[in-house]
Design a protein around this ligand. Sequence first.
Ligand SMILES: Cc1cc2nc3c(=O)[nH]c(=O)nc-3n(C[C@H](O)[C@H](O)[C@H](O)COP(=O)(O)OP(=O)(O)OC[C@H]3O[C@@H](n4cnc5c(N)ncnc54)[C@H](O)[C@@H]3O)c2cc1C
Length: 427
Amino acid sequence: MKATATSPAAQLGGVLPGNRVLTGGHAREWASGTGAEAVLFPQSAEEVVAIVGAAAETGTRLLPAGRGSWLAAGGWGREARVIVSMSRMDAVAHYEPADLTLTAGAGIGMDALADMLAPNGQWLAADGPGCDGGTLGATVSCGVSGPLAPRYGRVRDNVLGLEVVTGDGRLLRIGGRVVKNVAGFDMVRLFTGSRGSLGLITRASVRLFPLPAADVTLRFGAGNAPEAVAKARAVCAGAVQAASVEVFGGDAMAVVVRLLGGAEEVREACDRVAGSVGEAPDEVLSGAGSEALHRGRLGWEAEADARAGDSRVVARLAALPDRLGRTVECADEVAGALRGRIAADAMSGLVRVKGGCAASRVDELARCLGSAREAMEAGGGTLTLSEAPRALAARVGWTGTEGGEGGIGGRIKALFDPDSVLAAGPP
Ligand SMILES: Cc1cc2nc3c(=O)[nH]c(=O)nc-3n(C[C@H](O)[C@H](O)[C@H](O)COP(=O)(O)OP(=O)(O)OC[C@H]3O[C@@H](n4cnc5c(N)ncnc54)[C@H](O)[C@@H]3O)c2cc1C
């Protein structure tokens, strides 16, 4: 890549008409939390190829984006001088309700998609944190799943095909748009979750599901974390396959069980879950009430919990579900230090902690997060930060010991983006 001192907007100007380029304060406002000096809005894969070519030519770092709601996470946004937003590439190319498949531009909103599918009694069962307000491309690129994954599959299980412009400017069409597909190296899974480090996703084909007829949520109170974990594990071990089983902690602990399916099936499941826990639920929500509760939970990480003046911190602790008790214990200690709260997915074993960090407490919190990470890694788990002030992230590291430029992630990036035109490193 040739280096140059000209502004990236000037370097890449001319690739797109001026009305699809933001610069200066408008760019900084659109892509807050990044170092972006320009935001480009291509309308076709060919325009994306041209942008990548111009970026390679002029030594300009790019960051792919959808609506720009989660660009600061991971710290890569600060490396990017130009953001390439797919938000104008939002057309539905193919929708076959009978096949339960859909192909659309990466920039289509997950909200628009849900509105379009609901009249046909269908949905894309993606419930990763924050995904409802984002784009399809970002959902695939982040590849982050939510508590419904054991029932409906992870994001990567439901992406059938992708169109991608790689960091070295190739336009790839991988996978297909039907559920049964050709065998071979599974590039679709490689790009799903690659977080914009290998290429810019321009289009995606996904598997859909019928909307369940009944949606019921049972809430059981618990006096402390071990009691909540015991109740959650009793539900997981019971005869009913719940759609999700979560533990929420903060001021009060609660186990939240969601049941989806036919009306009769869900009615029976409610009784069986209460039997597994050994008590009646404290609260029962059904239909729109249940759906709204879980939709609201998608924004759990973003809800302002940090005290005034503190920077937000979000950590994710993951280990096998049979280690849930230990993971919740570690998370509870971190939550105490961050003066925050936890949300645990009992079926996957993932526990999220959110709280705040005052500038004066960086050393203390770095030590706490460091020892929690050691404890998690000793049991084969991980602790990653998805949000943190720069000083804390620099002390703790975003991801711990795994990955890195020299690891397998770095070697794969070199195959698709050898000149690091794309700002994001291996996830
Ligand atoms: C509160 C909250 C919590 C979240 N927690 C997590 C989390 O823990 N882990 C996680 O992975 N995600 C997380 N996300 C991201 C979320 O899952 C969605 O993917 C995101 O909200 C999508 O929004 P967007 O379209 O604005 O994406 P953006 O904010 O524009 O992009 C999000 C990420 O996806 C990449 N990206 C976007 N579009 C493309 C594309 N077409 N091709 C290639 N790369 C692309 C970007 O480079 C960036 O890294 C969170 C979001 C929110 C709001």
